[in-house]
Design a protein around this ligand. Structure first.
Ligand SMILES: C[S@@+](CC[C@H](N)C(=O)[O-])C[C@H]1O[C@@H](n2cnc3c(N)ncnc32)[C@H](O)[C@@H]1O
Length: 210
């Protein structure tokens, strides 16, 4: 038994709807590894329960797995806005979101978050960044404009399979994007943060309200 198997057999089991979504993601979509999966999904759900956000922004819906995990941790009054730039993803994802028990809490927006978010006049208690690695620093600058004081940003893949410390990835555009983001956050006096070495790295950032 691997450590990963051990962990998965000692955490709260995946609910049946998410299990079926993850299977369908693997059967029908390209690049299914992009979906969060149960370990990270359960963490996202519990962080959402702890933070108790009324409004959540997700950048990067893909099959909807992480959106459903976060929505399951929200209260009924909450609303999660999830942005997906790839319109070919909509036919698969929208029915999974709309048929979920938490459907009324989720709004899927198809389009580029950089184009659409500024005009929406929304503010967020929690943000999950999980999209194009080259643009992480730009997402960060964008969402800091709309994050409430005391709010949280969670950012996925911030260790990028360990490439952030590997000299041979010095010129890789995605690695450079993640490193730029990590430097920006670490140097930003408005926030405090921690990097969890879970899966591919998950950064938790809190807006100090200054
Ligand atoms: C890693 S996947 C998201 C996985 C999902 N959050 C999960 O954990 O199940 C990243 C997604 O971000 C989308 N994306 C990339 N750039 C975007 C942008 N500027 N606005 C909205 N979505 C974007 C991609 O099309 C892709 O489907």
């Amino acid at each position: 038994m691997t450590l990963d198997d051990y962990i998965l057999s000692h955490i709260t089991p995946e609910d049946d709807y998410l299990y079926r979504l993850y299977r369908a993601t693997n059967l029908h979509l390209l690049r299914p590894r992009m979906a969060s999966g149960h370990l990270q999904g359960q963490l996202l759900r519990m962080l959402t329960q702890m933070i108790r956000p009324r409004t959540v922004l997700e950048i990067g819906t893909y099959s909807g797995y992480s959106a459903l995990c976060m929505a399951s941790g929200m209260t009924e009054e909450g609303c999660l806005y999830t942005f997906e730039i790839n319109d070919e993803q909509e036919d698969f994802t929208r029915p999974w979101l709309e048929n979920a028990p938490y459907a009324p809490r989720i709004e899927m927006i198809v389009g580029d978050v950089f184009e659409l978010l500024p005009a929406m006049n929304l503010h967020f208690d929690m943000v999950f960044i999980d999209a194009n690695k080259r643009q992480y620093a730009d997402y960060y600058e964008l969402v800091m404009r709309f994050l409430n004081p005391g709010g949280y940003i969670l950012a996925d893949n911030t260790l990028w399979d360990g490439h952030v410390v590997e000299p041979e990835y010095e010129n890789d555009a995605q690695t450079q994007g993640i490193r730029r983001f990590n430097r920006l956050v670490a140097a930003d006096p408005r926030v405090e943060n921690v990097i969890l070495p879970l899966r591919d790295g998950l950064t938790v950032i809190r807006h100090k309200g200054i």
